[in-house]
Write a protein that binds this ligand. Structure first.
Ligand SMILES: Cc1ncc(COP(=O)(O)O)c(C=O)c1O
Length: 379
């Protein structure tokens, strides 16, 4: 149906073979493949970090809040422009989400200034999201968190492989939380990773992943343990071996895939440079190595977004919106804008164009032509 879809898997026979190998091995739940995936992922982030593979990115965020003992009465600062998972997990642990605004219309990441303004004596954690794979201003954010003794969680769902001043995203806070959902840079269907440099927090995360148990099914299978103790309450947020096997392959492909994304983004930048009725964010990437997760644009105020989406759809181009505002969802109607007007405006005018590593430069041109037609710019 689509000439250019929003996202396409970067899979070949290596992925199928990796899954088949696991199935044929007779061990499919969390085991040695998962350990290999965790080890490789940790070393990709620069070692001396502990990685725990989990069932998805939302689980990683939930576990981070649980491990930091965030609970009722606490406030957690989150970006006003992000995926619903960030606000859901805060509410589900009983804490109050406090929204901070985007930095500007040029840089949609959470504003350090807005974070500062939102801190109260109830603030226990800050969640930042490296939007579209562009790292946040980590120098300023880390120093605020340190100064105020507030935990920092990086939602790295968009940012595997992204770096800020040469340091991998995921290494700056108490926890880094990654998603390996289908449309992510590293894709396994459903999966995630929670990383931390702190050994105690890592142990906590591992207990939350698997019912607070001291031994895994694998340990009993291997004869390393006869039974187990339960140290604390926990959940089942485990990943399985098929997904970890996909993760190992996808991680090997990630550096090249991210480079390919960069080439496509530069082509978009070049072709859209003088395009009327839109603005391109995140053009200033000083100190940053992005992972180029998505290609977001901002439509001018008077552009009818739905009409643009429909026109592009008629031309076979799939687009998306990152993200609808929280307050426009039924469950979050009570959320006040409260100084987050930039994020709200972006939510209303954002449009995401297709981007995936196997996309061709010709397809980028097709998208740009369809966009220009939809905007009435002529081609
Ligand atoms: C910014 C952000 N945070 C969290 C998540 C949740 O990840 P998952 O879908 O793996 O639970 C996603 C992706 O879906 C995301 O884009």
């Amino acid at each position: 149906m689509w000439k250019v879809q929003l996202f396409k898997l970067n899979y070949d026979k290596r992925e199928s073979e990796a899954v088949k190998e696991v199935v044929d091995s007779g061990w499919i739940t969390m085991g040695e493949k998962t350990k290999e995936f965790e080890k490789n992922f940790a070393s990709y982030l620069g070692n001396d970090i502990n990685a725990t593979a989990v069932s998805n990115g939302t689980a990683a965020l939930h576990m981070a809040l649980l491990a930091l003992n965030i609970k009722e009465g606490d406030e957690v600062i989150i970006p006003a422009l992000t995926f619903i998972a960030d606000i859901n997990v805060v509410r589900l642990v009983g804490a109050t989400p406090i929204l901070a605004d985007c930095k500007s219309y040029e840089d949609w990441n959470i504003s350090a200034k807005s974070i500062k303004e939102k801190i109260t004596n109830k603030t226990k954690a800050i969640i930042v999201v490296h939007f579209a794979g562009y790292p946040c201003d980590m120098d300023e954010i880390v120093s605020i968190a340190k100064e105020k003794n507030i935990a920092l969680i990086e939602d790295c769902a968009h940012a595997p492989g992204a770096k800020y001043k040469g340091i991998s995203c995921g290494r700056f806070g108490e926890f880094g939380c990654f998603s390996f959902f289908t449309n992510k840079n590293l894709s396994v269907g459903e999966g995630g990773m929670i990383v931390t440099k702190d050994k105690k927090l890592d142990q906590q995360a591992k207990y939350f992943r698997s019912h607070g148990m001291t031994a895994l099914t694998l340990d009993r299978h291997k004869g390393r343990a006869i039974t187990y103790d339960v140290i604390q309450s926990g959940l089942n947020y485990r990943i399985d071996e098929m997904r970890s096997a996909l993760g190992v392959i996808q991680l090997e492909k990630l550096p090249d895939a991210n480079n390919q994304r960069e080439i496509l983004v530069k082509e978009y930048h070049k072709l859209l440079k003088d395009t009327k009725k839109i603005k391109i964010p995140f053009l200033d990437i000083k100190d940053k190595k992005p992972s180029y997760h998505i290609y977001p644009i901002l439509l001018d105020k008077d552009v009818d977004r739905v009409a643009v989406i429909e026109s592009m759809k008629a031309d076979g181009i799939q687009t998306s919106i990152h993200y609808p505002a929280f307050k426009d969802f039924s469950a979050f109607k009570d959320i006040e804008l409260n100084g987050t007007e930039i994020a709200y405006t972006i939510s209303k005018r954002e449009l995401t164009l297709p981007l995936y590593p196997t996309m061709s430069l010709k397809q980028v041109k097709m998208v740009v032509d369809a966009l220009n037609k939809a905007l009435g710019n002529g081609i």
